[in-house]
Design a protein around this ligand. Structure first.
Ligand SMILES: *Cc1c(COP(=O)(O)O)cnc(C)c1O
Length: 228
């Protein structure tokens, strides 16, 4: 399928979810996750009207960057090793996976401007998932006050791989509740207005529960070998 066709389906699903939740579709940013596909396919996504691209590995991001430069807004969405920060820091606009102080320290040190970061939270509690425990998230964010180059724009989570709608909703709701708590702290360095949640299988539910950024790979650009 062409990205353009896929995007039409996704946009109408986003619209529907917004109607259900009484939200404005303009509040939702779609990030095309291009980690499975070529730079050409990523270029096609840009031509279809996507402005935001997401990659989960430093080498994947650099390979796409070589071709697309700063045309898209770049999101780093994967687990980020501290030693890889220097490779990507000049190229990314958003980092979705801040989950430890050592990483915050390195981002702050390497960046020459404010970097928009999401704190990744493991709301489902699955051991295989990255992210910090929701119970310590507020303390974690409080401890970021001294890092001048870190701007906490929001929270990010990955829901479990399940079709259990109640379980998915409860994960998304937990992240939303946590966001409210952080906003109430009124930290200048942590406006926390964004919620990065929802992927190919669950983005409609995530939007109904308050997502402002959805990260969509498979349903939008496809996977390796199934791009066209
Ligand atoms: C791969 C990935 C996505 C997109 O997954 P799809 O199911 O293909 O939409 C979203 N977020 C993160 C962090 C990812 O690694």
């Amino acid at each position: 399928m062409k990205v353009e066709e896929n995007l039409k389906h996704i946009e109408s699903a986003i619209h529907e979810a917004c109607i259900k939740a009484n939200r404005n579709p303009e509040e939702i940013t779609t990030i095309a996750v291009t980690k499975y596909v070529s730079a050409e396919r990523a270029q096609e996504a840009l031509e279809a009207g996507i402005h935001h691209l997401g990659e989960n590995r430093d080498d994947g991001l650099l390979a796409k960057w070589d071709v697309l430069k700063d045309k898209p807004t770049w999101h780093f969405i994967g687990a980020l090793q501290t030693r890889k920060v220097k490779n990507i820091i000049d190229k990314v606009d958003y980092i979705h996976s801040l989950d430890r102080i050592s990483l915050a320290k390195e981002i702050d040190k390497r960046a020459d401007r404010k970097i928009n970061c999401f704190v990744q939270v493991n709301v489902s509690g699955e051991e295989s998932k990255q992210g910090i425990n929701p119970e310590i998230a507020a303390d974690f964010i409080s401890s970021l006050a001294d890092y001048k180059n870190i701007n906490i724009v929001g929270l990010m989570t990955m829901a479990p791989h399940t079709s259990d709608e109640d379980l998915l909703r409860s994960c998304f709701r937990k992240l939303k509740d946590l966001q409210t708590k952080i906003i109430d702290l009124e930290y200048e360095f942590a406006p926390c207005t964004e919620l990065s949640m929802g992927m190919s299988n669950d983005f409609s539910l995530a939007i109904e529960e308050g997502a402002t950024m959805v990260r969509i790979g498979t349903a939008l650009v496809g996977q390796k070998g199934q791009e066209v």
